[in-house]
Ligand binder design. Structure first.
Ligand SMILES: [Zn+2]
Length: 90
C-alpha cells in the first residue's frame, strides 16, 4: 500500500475506520483509508507551490492563492529538501 501523500511504500495497517482498512505511513505519519486520496494533489500543483515558495511567498500566502492547507505545503517543502539533501549526499 503506497502513501498517497508522500508516495512512500513504508505503510502499515492501522486498524479499521467505518469498516474500511486504515493505514498509517511511517515516512510522514499520515493516516489514510484505503483508496482515500481527497488531500492528494498532482505533481504539477506541488511544483507550483514549491516555485511560489522559492519566489519568497509565505506558506500562508500560498495557502490563500491555491487553497491548499499550509501544513500540506510545509510537508512538500520538507520532502523536497530531503530529496535535495539525498542528491547532495550521493
Ligand atoms: Zn506518507
Amino acid at each position: 500500500m503506497q502513501c498517497p501523500c508522500c508516495y512512500s511504500t513504508q505503510t502499515f495497517k492501522n486498524g479499521f475506520r467505518k469498516g474500511r482498512q486504515c493505514y498509517k505511513c511511517k515516512q510522514c505519519g499520515r493516516q489514510f483509508l484505503e483508496s482515500y486520496q481527497a488531500w492528494c494533489y498532482s505533481n504539477d500543483v506541488k511544483q507550483l507551490c514549491l516555485k511560489m515558495h522559492l519566489k519568497g511567498m509565505s506558506l500562508r500566502e500560498i495557502e490563500r492563492a491555491t487553497d491548499i492547507h499550509h501544513t500540506t505545503i510545509l510537508h512538500w517543502l520538507r520532502k523536497a529538501k530531503l530529496d535535495l539533501d539525498g542528491i547532495a549526499n550521493t
